[in-house]
Design a protein around this ligand. Sequence first.
Ligand SMILES: C[S@@+](CC[C@H](N)C(=O)[O-])C[C@H]1O[C@@H](n2cnc3c(N)ncnc32)[C@H](O)[C@@H]1O
Length: 320
Amino acid sequence: MKHYYIYILTNKMSTVLYTGITNNLLRRVYEHRNGLIDGFTKKYKVIKLVYSEDFTNPTDAIAAEKKIKGWIRKKKIKLIESVNPKWNDLFPQLEGFFFGGTKNDIKKYYSKRASEYEKVYHREDSNRQNELRKISKALQSAMSEKNVIELACGTGYWTQLLSRTAKSVYATDIVEEALEIAKTKKYVCPIQFSIEDAYRLSFSDGTFDGGLANFWFSHIPKSKINTFLKEFHRVLKKGSSVFITDNVLVKSIGGKLVKKPNDENTYKLRKLKDGEQFLVLKNYYSKENLLNIFKKHVKNFSPKNIFYGKNFWHITYTIN
Ligand SMILES: C[S@@+](CC[C@H](N)C(=O)[O-])C[C@H]1O[C@@H](n2cnc3c(N)ncnc32)[C@H](O)[C@@H]1O
């Protein structure tokens, strides 16, 4: 759904008020702030965002802009103070909303989402369910009789399935709330849990002979993929099996896809049950992308190592 915004900017002393309209609020305010728009706002440094309103219909937005522009100053002040009584600059908040992606965002998002997370596995879609079953089978076969480290295990959905065939599992995640839910489940093989950052694991080299990372790869900034894979492989012995699965981009699922200027990553705009919104880094890869990434880290990696479905992909390989 397209959005249209009306906004009010003011200057340092709040003596001037400027009302504008745009379909890209972040970019427009950024342009005002950086003197990229010639005219009144640039001349008088009217760059502090004190009010904005979101419309999905352009006619309504134009009418609202016209109405506010026709108001006397006192009425405009009343409108601003109805939502922003201290006349705070709303740009940093806006920037956070659209651009997010700070180091802790994903942690915060998953700690808040832990209790509702597993709904993603129960969508009534037979194609998705079929692919999930295939993943589960392939995973159980790859990890059979292995001492497995699972990264970013979340609430333990895959941990449970994995535990049916693995020898032992060390299930790790950075978010305590997710691990607490995982700990309440029943597992078939011996299991341990610990808080771990997937980029900096606390285990010695070659501790495990199986490695699993499901629905985590897409959250790795592209610039950190090499660091991540080196660290993952470091804790695995020669001959270990690795299993990684993640989403194929399906436009209708998982929120709006957001791109930022000069950023190679993509993001998803996600809304939790309580209405809080997050911009979560989420990258999608084609089969060819995966091949190019993994052949740099895995000897003899070929298309045969990749299953590429309509909803999910998974890869299986051996550390050699
Ligand atoms: C999409 S969920 C996947 C959970 C689980 N593997 C699954 O497939 O159901 C991504 C997980 O990554 C975890 N996570 C985020 N940043 C992490 C990091 N730096 N190290 C380890 N886990 C991380 C989140 O807490 C979340 O549980």
